[in-house]
Design a protein around this ligand. Structure first.
Ligand code: C5P
Length: 266
């Protein structure tokens, strides 16, 4: 049996570059894995089974099981696995929980079966399964382009006074992208943004945030509250609804807001 920790991610900046003919968006984003983890356990078995701490996720549509089926198809060799997933990363939060679980599944299966697939094979499966999944095969910090599958790994200075806040609001990624007004996006310089983070004085922006704030106005109240409490670099992660911010003290928020003390992980 093997056990893997699947980390969450935040997007330190996220620029939408264009809408593509296939309906997806090209983006330019700095991803960083952070210390909130799901736990995935895998064991070879005589039939597949999947148990999840959140029973509503316990079905064959789960990205973890889709990853298993695609891995098996690529290998063209029968094997069966008993899978247990303990969720801690909030869903529909822009923290990449499902994507991280799927990438851990691919890495875990490869480990369990003594590395029959190479990185290219895993990357191909990952990018078919979802835009954020290739990033999670390696994690750490990476500048991601295309749909997210063109990955340049980078090393960022350590950051410890980081908080991730999940409000009692869920945002589905397609809803945010569908409501995006491309013409209204600011003209941020991505090269400068990347340089700023490498040098430890990051510029933070997310082109998806204004749309999310419009769709769910309570997110604006959350942001305003964090501003009032003196936090800096307050930003929504991915397509939301989670926000992150930096500051020495824990944010004070109503009990239905989940607050996670975090640091960057590689
Ligand atoms: O790839 P994934 O399944 O995570 O994408 C979910 C939805 O988010 C897509 O169906 C699309 O609407 C939107 N999306 C996008 N461009 C991206 C990533 C996601 O338009 N680069």
């Amino acid at each position: 049996m093997i056990s893997l920790k699947a980390p969450a991610k935040i997007n330190l900046f996220l620029k939408i570059v264009r809408k593509r003919p296939d309906g997806f968006h090209d983006l330019a984003s700095l991803f960083q894995t952070v210390s909130i983890y799901d736990e995935l356990s895998l064991e070879l078995s005589d039939q597949d089974s999947f148990s999840c701490s959140e029973t509503n996720l316990e079905n064959n549509d789960n990205l973890v099981m889709k990853a298993l089926n695609m891995f098996r198809a690529k290998l063209a060799k029968p094997f069966f696995v008993s899978v247990t997933l303990k969720k801690s990363i909030p869903s529909q939060a822009g923290l990449g929980g499902g994507s991280s679980d799927a990438a851990s599944m691919l890495n875990g299966l490869n480990q369990l079966l003594d590395h029959p697939l190479n990185y290219q094979d895993l990357h191909e499966i990952a990018s078919t399964l979802g835009s954020d999944i290739p990033f999670f095969l390696t994690g750490g910090a990476a500048f991601c382009e295309g749909r997210g599958e063109i990955i340049t790994q980078v090393k960022l200075p350590e950051e410890k006074s980081l908080w991730v806040v999940k409000p009692p609001i869920n945002l589905a990624t397609p809803r945010v992208f569908k409501n995006l007004d491309l013409a209204s996006l600011p003209d941020e310089n991505v090269d400068n943004a990347l340089k700023s983070h490498l040098e430890g004085d990051g510029v933070f922006f997310n082109d998806l945030e204004p749309t999310a704030l419009k769709l769910e106005p309570d997110l604006q109240s959350l942001k305003s509250s964090l501003v009032m409490q003196g936090f800096k670099d307050i930003l929504m992660s991915g397509s939301g609804s989670a926000f992150f911010c930096f500051g020495p003290m824990k944010p004070v928020l109503p009990p239905e807001y989940e607050v996670y003390p975090c640091h960057y992980v590689s």
